[in-house]
Design a protein around this ligand. Structure first.
Ligand SMILES: [Zn+2]
Length: 481
């Protein structure tokens, strides 16, 4: 039987279900060892339905989101082992939680298994920073998500299953573009940041989303009730607690997370006098991984990595934040449907209709909504970006509106824009992306003139019939090297 509140979707009503549930007192500084509550373990063969009154979260561990002391803030508990004490809606691992369900079904995973976190702690330090206790700065990730074993060791010792939502490690990365940059002299090996082989040495962190719903609602200029209703509705009721448990404020959404790559010493990031280069990149598998030339994504990403390496070599730091927001967060299926629409429309793929095609297919141009995007910057203690490797006004505005200063905005060098991506860049600049020095003069006429490749989907594929296959003139170099 569906929860009663399902029927209350139209019109929007204030919450009633469980809203008068007494909220447990927040933890205090005085809480000592003995105040770590006893865990209540859910039996593996017991299925607590979240729609049944008092079957779920009857005794949630209090969370004081934004409290600077993680012990007082309280751990985010969203594992299946403590359904009565769980204080977050959803499940760990984002969309991958479904695979753990498959693993249990296939009898490959014991549902009661508690991870051994002994050797998993961060390999370099991040924070704490003042921004960690400001919900206006961090509300979509748990700033203590990487230091679970450090701050909640007493809980873990008592048998609590508490999971990190952030993992911090290091890597050597090897990109053909960096090797080419070495060969042509754009980059120089220093044996420290960049090796003669072209490998660069970086630090990185993987982050799963942890949403504090009241602040997420504030950023989207809506009420928490409307936010909960809307997500509940558009997930076909996947999370009834969004409606039935307004007292539970934390949600682990089943969406992709993000990865932070850092070149240079992460400790310099909060120092406004030390150069910081940054790109916030939204996933584009077709270009980022497979080199599709319909957009500027991979060239922009590798350009940013080169600039990050150069900044680190000058004694600063370079950050790339890689968001899993495929196809403007509409997904790759929608994206390819849009590609077909773009190529098949009357007159062919044009800059003029670039944004219209997405809206025609998806009903909306973009669902990346940059309002949550700056959170990982605040997690890293960023207060000033010297070189922002992006032309997006949405990203720029989102970042500066949270108090981070941006000194220079760096556009992608025109010779890096792939042939078929002229449509995208022309449309974006015309519609308000920062043109920089390189893309001045894009006007209504260029919007009409720039056409993309014609694939002749209903006939033999054309080779190169575009009007824009000739490279556009190289503009001034935009970044000091
Ligand atoms: Zn792309």
């Amino acid at each position: 039987m569906p929860p009663a509140s399902l029927n209350a979707l139209q019109p929007l009503e204030p919450f009633q279900a469980s809203s008068d549930r007494p909220t447990k007192k927040a933890r205090t500084e005085k809480d000592d060892d003995e105040a770590v509550p006893e865990p209540d373990f859910t039996k593996a063969d017991h299925i607590p339905l979240t729609t049944h009154t008092d079957a779920f979260g009857v005794d949630p561990i209090p969370i004081s989101w934004g409290h600077p002391n993680p012990e007082v803030r309280g751990p985010v508990i969203c594992t299946v082992r403590h359904s009565a004490q769980r204080n977050a809606i959803g499940a760990h691992q984002g969309s991958y939680c479904i695979y753990t369900g498959l693993a249990v079904a296939a009898k490959k995973l014991d549902p009661d298994y508690v991870p051994n976190l002994k050797l998993t702690t961060p390999v370099f330090n991040i924070g704490p920073y003042p921004s960690w206790s400001d919900p206006k700065k961090i509300a979509s990730i748990d700033p203590f998500g990487h230091v679970v074993t450090q701050h909640y060791s007493k809980w873990l010792d008592k048998g609590w299953d508490i999971r990190p939502t952030i993992a911090v490690t290091k890597a050597h990365i090897d990109l053909p573009e960096c090797r080419e940059a070495l060969a042509t002299g754009r980059l120089k090996a220093d044996g420290k940041i960049l090796l003669p082989s072209g490998q660069s040495i970086c630090s990185k962190a993987a982050i799963e989303p942890v949403w504090y719903l009241p602040e997420i609602a504030r950023r989207f200029r809506t009420t928490e009730a409307n936010l909960r209703h809307s997500i509940f509705r558009m997930t076909n009721g996947m999370y009834p607690e969004l409606i039935t448990r307004p007292d539970i404020k934390v949600f682990l959404p089943p969406i992709g997370g993000l990865t932070i790559y850092i070149w240079g010493d992460p400790d310099t990031i909060p120092d406004e006098d030390i150069e910081l280069t940054c790109r916030v990149h939204d996933e584009c598998n077709g270009s980022d991984v497979f080199g599709s030339d319909i957009c500027t994504c991979r060239p922009y990403l590798t350009h940013a990595i080169e600039e990050c390496i150069k900044t680190a070599q000058r004694g600063g730091c370079g950050i790339v934040i890689y968001y899993r927001k495929e196809g403007r967060s509409l997904g790759e299926v929608t994206k390819y449907l849009v590609y077909n629409t773009r190529k098949r429309q009357e007159g062919g793929d044009s800059a003029e209709n670039y944004f219209n095609c997405t809206e025609q297919v998806a009903g909306v141009q973009d669902t990346r909504f940059q309002a949550l995007m700056p959170d990982p910057l605040h997690f890293l203690g960023v207060t000033k970006i010297h070189n922002f490797i992006s032309m997006s006004d949405m990203k720029y505005n989102a970042i500066v509106s949270t108090g981070i200063k941006i000194e220079n905005r760096i556009e992608i060098p025109p010779d890096m824009v792939p042939t078929d991506a002229q449509v995208e860049i022309t449309a974006k600049v015309f519609h308000g992306y920062n043109a920089g020095k390189a893309y001045q003069g894009i006007d209504a006429q260029s919007l009409k003139d720039v056409k993309g490749r014609d694939y002749k989907y209903n006939g033999p594929e054309a080779t190169s019939t575009t009007t824009n296959d000739k490279p556009i003139p190289e503009a001034e170099k935009t970044v000091e090297s």
